[in-house]
Design a protein around this ligand. Structure first.
Ligand code: ATP
Ligand code: LTN
Length: 328
């Protein structure tokens, strides 16, 4: 069975974008691949997080992973810092990465351009830790959204360089883009992705939003004044985004939804999308409520860390030996 690995960085509450672009696909992949997913808590702190809030977000993220259908019997689910090997290999990767390579990372450049101040060294070397997260497990595929593709490509370059310098050690990972919904857009500004780091809440649906609040957000989503239901992503990005959300959640094609609503008003389409989203959130939240105060979270993380550590430990030993760090 081929192996797949991905991480999610819950610096806030998980969104419908995370669900459609990532989580939901992981649930499908767990039947076809040996799936490893982790909560990238070390990545979260590259930007300051209020500790109490971070703890809540991390716990919610695990509960939501499970509520969305990830099954700890099938997938290995763990917290990044429970497996110490990530930090050590992250450091080793940083020693094999050129500053020029990190300077080219668009995500870092964007953050610097926004000039939010207090940019940390951790944020700069983030891609080295991400490379370690991946290379420790020799995955065949790394499913990520568009924004993370460049980081996976760097991991691949670093693996190649390491193999060349020290002999065959790492498998070269391939990024894998989601089929539908790789980029769900903000409801209030369809030119930007739906994101938890957005300033206004109106454009972003959270998985733990009250379903009625989510419905209202959909009903007031920005569309256009053409007044015609068509699948035109360029000219009618808001409308297209709504149809893409519904298509992803119902396993339909956008063209199929266009056929159904052609000639009708936007309001009717929005009501349909709002109902689809509210139904999905209700289903997820029912399971979340059953999980959040149960032992399932601790058990899942303990079991997951044990399984992941066994793989990561073997790989790190090999790396230490290849570099010449081991003298026993
Ligand atoms: P931020 O929203 O703060 O920029 P993020 O949501 O991209 O962060 P993660 O929580 O690590 O950061 O994202 C987890 C996964 O969800 C990634 O693979 C990411 O590409 C995907 N994802 C995030 N937002 C969207 C979106 N709007 N549409 C589709 N996929 C998304
Ligand atoms: N950088 C990613 C989260 C992440 C990740 C990984 C994804 C950290 N390590 C390894 C895939 C593989 C993000 O911000 N979404």
């Amino acid at each position: 069975m081929q192996r797949m690995l991905s991480g999610i960085k819950p610096t806030g509450q998980l969104t419908l974008g995370n669900y459609i672009g990532a989580l939901r696909n992981f649930v499908q992949y767990q039947d076809e691949y040996e799936m490893i997913v982790f909560i990238a808590n070390l990545h979260c702190i590259t930007v300051y997080q209020e500790p109490k809030e971070l703890r809540k977000n991390l716990k919610d993220a695990v509960a939501l992973y499970l509520a969305c259908g990830l099954d700890p019997q099938k997938a290995t689910i763990f917290l990044q810092n429970d497996v110490y090997e990530h930090a050590e290999l992250g450091y080793i990767m940083a020693c094999n990465t050129y500053m020029g390579e990190l300077n080219r990372m668009t995500q870092f450049k964007d953050k610097v351009a926004k000039n939010e101040g207090n940019i940390t060294a951790g944020l700069y070397t983030y891609p080295c830790l991400m490379a370690a997260d991946i290379l420790l497990y020799d995955p065949d595929y790394v499913p990520v959204g568009d924004d993370q593709k460049q980081h996976v490509e760097l991991a691949r370059d670093l693996a190649l360089r390491f193999n060349h310098k020290y002999g065959d050690t790492f498998k070269l990972p391939e990024p894998l883009a989601a089929k539908v919904g790789a980029r769900i857009m903000s409801l209030s500004d369809p030119y930007h992705k739906m994101s938890k780091s957005e300033h206004s809440d109106k454009g972003c649906i959270y998985l733990l939003d009250d379903p009625n609040v989510a419905k209202k957000k959909i009903m007031s989503a920005v569309t256009d004044s053409f007044g015609e239901i068509k699948a035109d992503k360029e000219k009618q990005p808001g409308l297209y985004n709504l149809m893409e959300i519904a298509a992803a959640l119902t396993n339909r094609q956008v063209s199929d939804i266009v056929e159904e609503f052609k000639g009708q008003g936007y309001g009717i389409l929005k009501t349909y999308v709002a109902d689809v989203v509210a139904k999905e959130l209700t289903k997820i939240q029912e399971r979340y409520n059953a999980i959040i105060n149960s032992d399932m979270i601790n058990e899942t993380l303990k079991e997951g860390a044990m399984k992941a550590s066994a793989i990561a430990h073997r790989k790190l030993l090999k790396v230490r030996k290849k570099i010449g760090l081991e003298i026993r």
